[in-house]
Write a protein that binds this ligand. Sequence first.
Ligand code: PEP
Ligand code: MG
Length: 554
Amino acid sequence: MSESLKGIGIGSKVAAGTTIVVRPAAGVDPNEPASTEADSPRVKQALKAVADSLTEQSALADDDAAGILLVGAQLAGDRSLAKKIDKKLAAGEGVTHAVHNAVDEFAQGLSALGGYMAERVTDLYDIRDRAIARLRGLPEPGIHLSKPAILVAEDLSPAQTATLDKSLVLGIVTAAGGPTSHTAILCSQRNIPAVVRAKGLDIDSFEDGTELVIDASTGTVHFDLPKDELNALQERAKKREDLLAGSSGPGATADGCHIQLLSNVASPDEAESEGVEGCGLFRTEFLYLDKESAPTFEEQVASYKTVLQEFSGKKVVVRTLDAGADKPLKFASQEVEENPALGKRGLRLSQAKSELLDTQLKALVAASEESDAELWVMAPMVSTEDEAIWFAERARAAGIEHVGIMVEVPAAAIRSANLLNHVDFASIGTNDLTQYTMAADRMQGDLGDLLDAWQPAVLDMIALCCEGADDAQAHVGVCGESASDPLMALVLAGLGVKSLSMAPARVPAVREVLKMHSIKQCQELARLARSAKSAQAAKQAVLQYADPRVKDIL
Ligand code: PEP
Ligand code: MG
């Protein structure tokens, strides 16, 4: 038997390759002595080595990545930065402190210039971290890819995951994270096979260049897997792919009950309209995260237009900015919160910074005027009727026709009929609805058993929301990760959900499984799942009574 680690698998693909370890930045040396004369040339040498390595990597990267790497190389060689560092050294600051503090000052200068220059601050911090690592004799932090590899990390930040070069990332393994953490969602979205929360993964002792195989369908990371076993895994994945290759058309049960199949979009350049009936969740955060200042009206119009035009003639559900908690914004920082997931996030942050929301709504209307997609707009983290009214009034005043809310908080699920009297539709965010129903932090992957939308209490919550939507005669869909689980899709259809939105690569399996069951069977499966004692028992019961052909596509 080969050695292996178990975790939570994202997707169903198999990946084989060598690893690159993403190391955290080491930071300044807390015990370093005051500077000496030798430090100035040492710093220059370190910065030159960083610049050279970035230039080298740029030669192997694609155009976009090469551009970014070359800007980094230029920044590392900037004369005024070197002067600032020399000044700090002359004042006696230790070598890593001098680099750290000089870069901070330099960054403030760039930020003040705004626009393109302000955006370079992230590149500058990257240079700082690399140079400090060299000065301390440690491996460079961050993600350095010049050839295809499997990334191994403690966890990746939303910005790191979003900016990965998909063509070079064969797969991802993380020690942290959970089934609905940002790394898991973005990997699913980009169809990158991943295992998150890999038990026993020790990043500190893990080496670059280790041969690994990721089996995302079982959440297993194999070391030294014999060739015949790798072939067997790859054949199984291929068989599944072949079964789904011809899948097309709108979503429907065997007896023709329409369940709209939609795709989630995390960034405009990855919007994918082929094979789906529209977009059910356009997460607009990408435009705001990791930025020094809010995106301008014009920048927003351009991005929204890209997505709306991709879905020409179809529906596009845009979620307004969902920041706070695990997605902090540099330019809308709140006081430090003890429990950010229960703090000012989602719509609550939009209420505190309503100018951000108003610009976004206006930009959406302007973009939709230049496309023939049907624009639907919803607010995240709505909890009360008053909040639903506040958002609906603002959105309609801006000219939005189809206004909705996300149901992610139990309060909204329980009183969905009341909330839906003021808006046109609801989209259930099962990632957060699970977190809040089970009182289990979705960032804390070791609570994975509770963070499972199969928990009967979560299914009851979804059922309540659907009943309310039915009373209010409003459309109700699901856009959390659970919508991409083919077995769960049957339960959701049985509970009354009318649309399912997921990562594009997941659509065929959900479509084919729905086709195998009538709506009555779905209702019966939903009843079985709700009457189970546990999440595991609920899923098992559905698997047992679903059509046996389902097993070939899971
Ligand atoms: C959800 O909570 O289910 C959801 C879709 O939103 P996010 O995962 O972006 O919080
Ligand atoms: Mg959410």
